[in-house]
Design a protein around this ligand. Sequence first.
Ligand code: ADP
Length: 302
Amino acid sequence: MKSAIIFKNVKKTYASLQAVDGISLNIPEGEFFGLLGPNGAGKSTMINMLAGLVKPTSGSISVMGYDVQASYQEARHSVGIVPQELVFDPFFNVREMLRFQAGYFGKGKENDSWIDEVIDRLDLREKAHTNMRKLSGGMKRRALIAQALVHRPPVIVLDEPTAGVDVELRQRLWSFIKELNKEGHTIVLTTHYLEEAEALCNSVAMMRSGKIVAADTTKNLLKKFASKNLKLRLDLKSNKTLPADIKRIQHEAIGQDYIFQLKKITDIAKITESLGKAKIDILDLQAVDIDLENVFLKLTGK
Ligand code: ADP
């Protein structure tokens, strides 16, 4: 399979801080890829290097076969980036801004029908002649997404695109991005919403302190960390504690809820029997499956 993005042993140092610490990544064409990690992990630095905005201290990066340093223009033309911050030129209306951006990438009038389509798909038509300055936050976000797509880049990078975005726009945005992915665009997403990454991304890399701590298909990651959990709501009066034999089973307590990590299904019988003997009532019982959020917490310790 052809690669859309390759990072080869990439490092970025700021003074004594190793923001990105020797990362190698290969993202195949057509992937829906999630770059996850807590604040300060190095995600933005990765994306800024991919966009050619920040120069790696060492290592190399290529996009669609173009080296980001040696073939900056071709590499830059291959990527559309939806930035985290709402940065825009206050003098243009939405359509002018999109035309201008298309021109920057060498696209002329022939691209207008695509601009119309992007405007429609992001439901910006009513605002097409409104000055960027006068748009609401959500509308500005839509316009910036349109701006990233205007030159039909094969690779689309979305840096926390749904932070502070209402549910309706979030859903509209995701159905549009999913379609673009089906049409063959490679998507890279950074997000804090693990649920979103789990629902959308075929594969993910989890970063911590400039390093990748896990990289795999979303399915494999979930499988690798899969454990059956049993959540019990217990009526533990102040004078009672968990019986010693089940205290030894890995668990965490949140208020009245106790989540046990089961090694074998027969642990269930052991737990309920032991609670019965100790006359501890089970108020509620639930099986919980591990999700990407749990995997992330385990790996990043955040
Ligand atoms: P993330 O996007 O995962 O939150 P960043 O890539 O923004 O992480 O930051 C990674 C680390 O690099 C952080 O410790 C951050 O403070 C530091 N950093 C980022 N940009 C700069 C810069 N221009 N100068 C100095 N340190 C920086």
